[in-house]
Design a protein around this ligand. Structure first.
Ligand code: ATP
Length: 212
């Protein structure tokens, strides 16, 4: 379970949120919507440990996460809009790099896991391709596989349907629902209201549901 209590963040005099309180059960989906500039990316960056919060706590499965920009660990996986794939590595290498280098898993373990993830995300035929040889939707699925390879407690997405056509958006919805069935806790930041509602999770509107 992910529990966020009284999270506060300001930039100078500008309070982005004052007392953000969120609970997402294991396997739950939280969709974060709201107008541009309301603080959605700020929230995601705090969750990812990229920027500091001013106050509050984030607890994941009973463990309190460090709220500093230098947090180590693999508690939260984030799929950013530009995916940040390593261009010099193949799809399979992108997925195995962190389990190999950061987690120091054995070769058989990270390779088996990679095959299972590529299979689950329908990328097996692309395992030897480089990122520049993939479509936007395929790159995104590689980014999801790469994040899942680190077994994060929470997987978060920043605008996962931006730049995707209707068919690819449907595909993203299916992937998120499949991961939900697998018990993965997910947070989806989006502008896309039909997509947000199609996920059938809790919807948090930063424009109306958050104190500032
Ligand atoms: N590093 C920063 N320094 C100062 N102000 C910032 C900084 N980052 C964001 N802000 C401000 O904080 C507010 C929230 O920004 P944020 O990017 O989180 O919004 P958002 O909801 O993600 O917007 P969008 O949907 O357009 O991406 C905005 O007013 C923004 O100008």
């Amino acid at each position: 379970m992910l529990t966020i209590k009284n999270l506060k963040k300001s930039y100078g005099d500008q309070v982005v949120f004052q007392k953000l309180n969120i609970t997402v059960p294991d396997g739950g989906i939280l969709t974060v919507v709201g107008p541009s500039g309301i603080g959605k990316t700020t929230f995601l960056n705090i969750l990812a440990g990229l920027i500091a919060a001013d106050a509050g706590t984030i607890t994941l499965n009973g463990k309190q996460l460090e709220l500093s920009p230098n947090r180590k660990g693999t508690d939260v996986g984030v799929i950013f809009q530009d995916f940040n794939l390593f261009p010099q590595y193949t799809v399979a290498e992108n997925v195995t790099l962190a389990p190999k280098v950061v987690k120091k898993e054995k070769k058989a373990q990270y390779q088996d896991q990679c095959q299972a993830l590529l299979d689950e995300l329908d990328l097996t035929s692309k395992q030897d391709a480089y990122p520049f040889q993939l479509s936007g939707g395929q790159k995104q699925r590689v980014a999801i596989a790469r994040a899942l390879a680190m077994k994060p407690g929470v997987l978060a997405y920043d605008e996962p349907t931006s730049g995707l056509d209707e068919a690819s958006t449907k595909r993203v919805t299916e992937v998120i629902q499949k991961l939900q069935q697998r018990g993965v806790t997910q947070i989806v930041v989006t502008h896309d209201l039909p997509f947000a509602h199609s996920l059938n999770g809790q919807v948090l509107d930063f424009g109306t549901d958050v104190d500032r």
